[in-house]
Design a protein around this ligand. Sequence first.
Ligand code: F6R
Length: 236
Amino acid sequence: MKFIKVESYDILSEKAAEIIADVVKNKPDCVLGLATGSSPLGTYAKLVEMNKAGEIDFSAAKSVNLDEYLGLDGECDQSYRYFMDTNLFSKINIDRKNTNVPSGINPDTEAECRRYEELIDSLGGIDIQLLGIGLDGHIGFNEPDSVFTGPTHIVDLDESTIAANARFFESEKDVPKKAITMGMRGIMQAKKVLLIANGKKKLEVVEKAIYGSITPALPASILQLHPDVTVIYSEN
Ligand code: F6R
């Protein structure tokens, strides 16, 4: 595992974008595993700049996102589908048909989990998975638990996750309590993993994930078992 500490969020974003851009350049029809939240916003902005400058071409690329809130339609501006459309897909030359986010509104949640799992397989797995990390050590929405869950599944969000994500909603009570998330199988089978985290309050969880025991109580610790992980951290 490579652990890179950088001076600023801008440098973190630049480096993360370069790593993703290299994957796209080497394999134009790659499968990008993508994340939402605040951490990747700078990376996405850099990828947009590179795409506009003609340095990378997403026309053959495909994507699978990690997660979605249950109950939110993709048109809803707090949904992760909307986040991805707004912050990345509408600004680069990826074909929207090739972008995938789990559905938060399929009433048959089990079927949706199966569909998403089969989709990841049918794409041939993920070439690079971008991850943020929650203060409780979650990746995707794989919350602390007594076991690591492999396939895409439905989760109850932790109180700390709901509180942390309340900033995107009118109030904490509006944050959905459940989500659908890619499980550890999709993440661990990705050829490369890139985890980005910024801010002093994330340092402790990042260090525990990298150097602490491997335990489902801190889901990101499973990444110690992956052969190609880069973690980029900046204090700002
Ligand atoms: C988002 C996701 C989450 C976030 C994590 C950190 O798709 O899967 O695991 O990466 O909650 O969120 P931020 O970056 O907002 O601190």
